[in-house]
Every structure is written in structure tokens, then in C-alpha cells.
Ligand binder design. Structure first.
Ligand code: NAD
Length: 472
């Protein structure tokens, strides 16, 4: 049983002022494996005060000093890659093959931020005018559970590169991985108060960060509902906000695609992180002329999406994070059936042989219409909707007919054509012929998928203000 009773404030682990205790539940069997004492408003205010004090010095640090700090964080976090992966697998049931990649991209975010830091033009001058990029101040970083360690690293790296000090409110469902990461970063011997971490509920710690006038910026990853609250409540203190929200990402299979390759690629994107990924490609748009072939290949390829113990490297789909998330996914599968979609693979209930834990059946619906609930709402589980189209224009219009616009994919043989289609999609990122990443390319959404961007120079620029000095 792991017991966590402290927060990280002003360079030290300090006992929680908050007294509420939360169970840490293992999603593979529902057993309580630890307890975390949650922070309250007082802990949060202490963390904000520490960050504010530290900003007086760190906000004036040089580019080289920040680069050195990023290198130290990279080294310290790299030393705990295995422990971080293990914590993710145990705590939220992330399958090990994916959890490892997530942790690696988190750790690499420090190196990527250092690279971007050197590429940004921090000062521009012309005539008698000089424009500099200045850190925005104290940043409140609020993360979701589904890749908590990655979000913490990413936001911290960008904020620190910009010269901001931070108070992190990790997801309350991620105390174990947060603890490992903070222990690691403590070894980086950062300036006191640059990094503060208070784990607690959104309604207490998160809300305090959003309303506190000593916090200048909120960078948030989570649901649209909470994103709306942050934007509204943050307005009272004129908070700068970056919001990374949900998605209902389309994958367009063009009629020249090699189905044998394209379908497995589409399924990997659909079932990323057991479907609990903001970028999951949960709407697959296929040409009507190839629908029968597609169905056959999907049914076949789904054998590779085995469900079970996330620590087993052969397993592709782990449990949902919680009973609540399990119930949510079940209710969407039921809704899909009620609205007339046809279950090709999967369906309601637990997979055979998995009686305990929050496991669901990876499910593929066909004969889905884009206005059905399962095609419009983010399910955040392994549920794919297959929708047919008759022309390229119709495929683009269905893809864009969503309140979300985070991610999209195009699969096809003619690259020029795939690029042409990609350029018409209203999404922050479009991948061609399979999932891929570039830590210098911006990440973020159009429409309800969010406000602002993360990654590389775009992520750092989200933590700066411009100051122009004009001489007469
Ligand atoms: P959530 O919105 O419930 O919680 C996210 C964070 O916000 C948590 O730390 C939570 O404690 C906090 N919070 C809750 N209420 C708050 C309040 N009133 N004020 C301030 N903070 C508050 O989301 P979740 O269930 O943790 O994550 C799933 C969602 O996150 C999905 O919608 C998913 O698409 C989205 N997500 C987006 C991205 C992206 O990069 N765009 C990445 C991952 C997840």
C-alpha cells in the first residue's frame, strides 16, 4: 500500500494542510493500492506564493540558464523512465507498449523545449524599436489523467523555457506517477519555487489556481466542460489560457488506399491508449464502394486488439481508468445500438474471461450516420464508428461536421491527393498514412478542441508576453 501525504512546495516535500484522503484504485481489479492526502486551498496558496517569490529571480534568468535547467530536468526525469512507466501501467491501466512511449515523449519534452528555446527570436529590433518576449509570470498547469506524466513534463518544459515559475495541479487520479516524477525532478536541484506540485481536486486546488490573482496563466488539459469553466472564471483576473480539450477525430480512408495496410493503421489510431486518448481516430470514413472489403479486413484485424493485463507487452487494450469511465463507455455502446448503428465487433459487457476490473470490449460500429450520438460525442474508450461516403468532398464535409477539431488522419496511396484533402480539414494536426509525432510541431485544437497550442516553439510562445520599447 503506497501512502502519499505530501506536496512539493518551494523545493521541498511538505506535509499536506488538506486532510481529505483519496483511495488509489487499480483499474485491473478495482483493488485499493494506495492513499493520497489531497491538497486544499491553503496548500495551493502556499505553492502560488512560492512560485511568485521565485519568479522575481527566475523571470529574469538568461536563455543559457534556462537551457541548463531544461538539461538538468531531462537528465533527472530520464533516470526514472522505467519507474514512471510502471506507475502508469499500475495506476490507470495504460498498456505498457503505449505507456512507455508516452513517458518517453514526456521526458523528451525537456530536450525539445531546449532546442526550441535556441530557435526562438527573443529580441527583435528595427529603427528605434526593440521588441522582447517576456515570461507571462506564474503559470498554473492543470492536467488530465490519461497521460498525466507527459502533460506535466510538456507544460513544465515550455513554461520553464519561457522563464515562468509553475504550480502544477496533476490529475487526482495520477498520484503515483506524479510522485515518481516529482522525486525525479527534485534531483535536478532546481531553483526553489520554480516547480511546485499540489495534488488535489479540481473544485478546490484547480479552482483556487483559476481565481487567484497571483496566477497569470492557466495551461489546462482536460474536458470541454472544465475548459469552459476555466475560461469563464479566469476572466475575472484576466487569465491567459491555453486549453487542450477533447476530440472526435476523423480518419479518412481514400478510395486508392491499400486496405490491408490502411485498416490496421486506422485501428491503431482508434484504439490508442485503450481509446482513452484525446487524439484517438474514432470516426473512420470509408468510400461506400469499398465498404464490404473494409468490413472484412476490420473483422480480421481486430484479432490483434487483445484485451487484458496492461503490463503484458502483447496486450493492446487495457482497462478503463475507473468504474465511472467503464459505465460511460457501456452507456455509449448501448446508445449506438439504440440509435440504429450495427455492432461489427465487440458490444456491451465485459470481454470473455475478464470478470474483475474495468475492461470493456473494443467495439466497432458500422452503418453509423455522422449525426448519431456515438459519432458526435467523445466517448473516451475503445469504440470506433465507421461512416461511409460517396465522394471526396463528402468525406471532407463529414470530417469537418463536428464540434471538435483536434486531430485527423488521411490514408491513401496518392500523396498529393492526401495532402490536398489534409489541407481542407479543420483540425490542429493532420497525419498522413499513420500516426506519427513531431515534438516541434504545434499541438492543439480548432473549435471546441481548445484554445492555443503546445509543443516546441508554439508551446513556449504560449507562456510569453511581448514588450516593445520605443525610443524617440
Ligand atoms: P477533466 O476535465 O475531468 O479533468 C482535467 C483536470 O481538471 C483534472 O486535473 C481535474 O481535477 C481538473 N479540474 C476539474 N474541475 C476543475 C475546475 N473547476 N477548475 C480547475 N480544474 C478542474 O478531464 P479528465 O477526465 O481528466 O480527462 C479527459 C479529458 O481530457 C477528455 O475530454 C480528453 O479528450 C481531454 N484530453 C485532451 C488532451 C489534448 O491534448 N487536447 C489530452 C488528453 C486529454
Amino acid at each position: 500500500m503506497k501512502i502519499i501525504t505530501s506536496h512539493y512546495i518551494d523545493g521541498a516535500f511538505v506535509e499536506s494542510h488538506g486532510r481529505e484522503v483519496m483511495d488509489i484504485v487499480r483499474p485491473t481489479d478495482g483493488q485499493v493500492i494506495g492513499r493520497a492526502t489531497l491538497a486544499d486551498e491553503e496548500d495551493t496558496r502556499r505553492a502560488i506564493a512560492a512560485a511568485r517569490r521565485a519568479f522575481a529571480t527566475y523571470g529574469r534568468s538568461t536563455q543559457e540558464e534556462r537551457a541548463e535547467i531544461l538539461r538538468r530536468m531531462h537528465k533527472a526525469a530520464s533516470a526514472r523512465l522505467d519507474d514512471l512507466t510502471a506507475a502508469m501501467v499500475e495506476e490507470y491501466g495504460g498498456v505498457v507498449q503505449f505507456a512507455r512511449l508516452i513517458v518517453e515523449s514526456g521526458v523528451n519534452a525537456f530536450a525539445a523545449a531546449e532546442k526550441a528555446l535556441h530557435e526562438i527570436e527573443w529580441t527583435r529590433s528595427w529603427g528605434k524599436t526593440t521588441v522582447t518576449l517576456e515570461p507571462v509570470g506564474v503559470a498554473g498547469l492543470i492536467t488530465a489523467w490519461n497521460a498525466n506524466a507527459l502533460f506535466i513534463c510538456l507544460k513544465l518544459a515550455s513554461a520553464a523555457a519561457a522563464g515562468c515559475t509553475v504550480v502544477i495541479k496533476p490529475s487526482e487520479l495520477s498520484s503515483l506517477q506524479t510522485q515518481v516524477l516529482i522525486e525525479a525532478l527534485h534531483e535536478a536541484k532546481l531553483p526553489k519555487g520554480l516547480l511546485n506540485v499540489v495534488t488535489g481536486l479540481g473544485s478546490t486546488v484547480g479552482a483556487e489556481l483559476v481565481r487567484n490573482p497571483n496566477v497569470d496563466k492557466i495551461s489546462f488539459t482536460g474536458s470541454v466542460a472544465v475548459g469552459e469553466t476555466i475560461m469563464r472564471d479566469g476572466a475575472a483576473t484576466m487569465k491567459r489560457v491555453t486549453l487542450e480539450l477533447g476530440g472526435k477525430s476523423p480518419t479518412i480512408l481514400l478510395d486508392d488506399a491499400d486496405i490491408a495496410q490502411a485498416i490496421p493503421a486506422a485501428l491503431i489510431m482508434a484504439f490508442l491508449n485503450s481509446g482513452q486518448a484525446c487524439a484517438a481516430g474514432t470516426r473512420l470514413l470509408v468510400p461506400r464502394t469499398r465498404f464490404e472489403d473494409v468490413k472484412r479486413v476490420i473483422a480480421d484485424a481486430m484479432h490483434a486488439f487483445t484485451v487484458g493485463d496492461p503490463a503484458d507487452p502483447k496486450i493492446a487494450v487495457g482497462p478503463m481508468v475507473s468504474q465511472k469511465q467503464y459505465d460511460r463507455v457501456q452507456s455509449y455502446i448501448r446508445k449506438g445500438i439504440e440509435e440504429g448503428a450495427e455492432v461489427l465487433v465487440g458490444g456491451e459487457g465485459r470481454p470473455e474471461g475478464l470478470k474483475a476490473g474495468y475492461f470493456v470490449k473494443p467495439t466497432v460500429f458500422v452503418n453509423v450516420k455522422n449525426d448519431m450520438t456515438i459519432a458526435q460525442e467523445e466517448i473516451f474508450g475503445p469504440v470506433l464508428s465507421v461512416i461511409t461516403y460517396d465522394s471526396e468532398d463528402e468525406a471532407i464535409s463529414i470530417a469537418n461536421d463536428s464540434r471538435y477539431g483536434l486531430h485527423a488522419a488521411v490514408l491513401g496511396t496518392d500523396t498529393q491527393r492526401a495532402r490536398r484533402v489534409a489541407s481542407q480539414l479543420r483540425a490542429g494536426r493532420v497525419v498522413i498514412n499513420g500516426m506519427t509525432d513531431d515534438p516541434q510541431a504545434p499541438w492543439g485544437g480548432f473549435k471546441y478542441s481548445g484554445v492555443g497550442r503546445e509543443y516546441g516553439r508554439y508551446g513556449i510562445e504560449a507562456f510569453v508576453e511581448t514588450r516593445a520599447i520605443l525610443e524617440s
